[in-house]
Design a protein around this ligand. Structure first.
Ligand SMILES: [Fe+2]
Ligand SMILES: [Fe+2]
Length: 303
């Protein structure tokens, strides 16, 4: 066992965590079918995402865009991000359901996993209704990334599934917290972000506690593989925010927009900040290794 593993914190047992999370689910759950004002029309002259979360915010291209054009881009970017959310949540549901098959059928641990699957199906239904209301998209995601997630779905192990779920949830959480507090954006968008942030806090606790139990029992080679998977996965999430068809529908020159987004220091800083927020836990878990740092660095991120 390496020194990185020895420092791992102690968490309660599986049943204790699951009981707490089932209780929290009972107290703080939403039904987006009734808790979101779907029939309210979109507000005029209002952003769909905080401006500073746009992939083009602060670029020369952004400076040349009118306010109306920026709002249109934020509408397309939200449709893109929510479609990505549906993709990854559906993937999580598949992985969780598959692994839960081998758990004790009478356990709180299993019942919480089923509760989480229920949360995710409500979230993806909420995202789908929002995308429909936005009347933008769908846009195709990177083919290689789709293939990578097909592999993940087919061959995931429990630790890999929890590692993948946790960092995507952490990244979305950091960005949606900004959105839910921004009073200048569409109220419907703020409400969906709020619902998601509240319910995802439990999912992150579930994955985090499980990883603190399981990672110390894994071999060094296994941990290295997980560390590489997280580093690669970050690249996948970042690429998903810059879908070329999204810029085309927003009426931009695709090549110019993709180039501007890729070299946008502000967008890069937004990602780095959300990474900074969750990386201490991954470091504590021993999932930031010298080898994985090279992958992080190749993607322009410091950990
Ligand atoms: Fe979710
Ligand atoms: Fe979740």
């Amino acid at each position: 066992m390496t020194s990185a593993v020895k420092r791992v914190r102690t968490v309660g047992d599986r049943e204790a965590t699951a009981v707490k999370l089932l209780d929290a689910s009972l107290k703080h759950s939403f039904d987006p079918q009734v808790d979101v004002a779907w029939n309210e029309p979109w507000q005029e002259d209002t952003f769909f995402l905080p401006e500073e979360l746009s992939t083009l915010y602060g670029t020369d291209l952004w400076q040349r865009m009118s306010r109306a054009h920026r709002i249109e881009l934020s509408r397309c970017e939200l449709a893109n991000n929510l479609a990505f959310g549906i993709w990854v949540e559906t993937l999580f549901v598949q992985m969780l359901a598959r692994h839960a098959l081998s758990w004790d059928p009478a356990s709180n641990h299993l019942r919480y996993a089923l509760t989480e699957i229920g949360d995710e199906t409500r979230h993806s239904t909420m995202f789908s209704r929002t995308v429909e209301k936005l009347q933008r998209g769908p846009y195709r995601f990177n083919v290689a990334d789709r293939f990578a997630t097909d592999l993940l779905r087919a061959f995931s192990t429990e630790p890999l599934a929890f590692v993948a779920v946790l960092f995507v949830e952490e990244m979305f959480d950091a960005l949606q917290r900004i959105g839910m507090r921004d009073e200048t954006i569409q109220p419907l968008c703020r409400q969906t972000f709020r619902i998601h942030v509240v319910e995802e806090a439990r999912h992150m606790r579930f994955a985090r506690d499980e990883l603190f139990r399981v990672i110390p029992t894994l071999s060094r080679a296994y941990r290295e593989a997980l560390a590489a998977a997280v580093a690669y996965g970050i690249g996948l999430v970042v690429r998903s925010t810059k879908t070329p068809e999204m810029y085309a529908e927003a009426g931009l020159d695709v090549a110019e927009a993709v180039r501007a987004a890729r070299s946008n220091p502000h967008a890069h800083e937004v990602i780095q900040r959300s990474v900074d927020h969750f990386i201490p836990v991954y470091r504590e878990l021993g999932l930031i290794t010298p080898a994985s740092r090279l992958i992080w660095r190749a993607q322009g991120l410091t950990v």
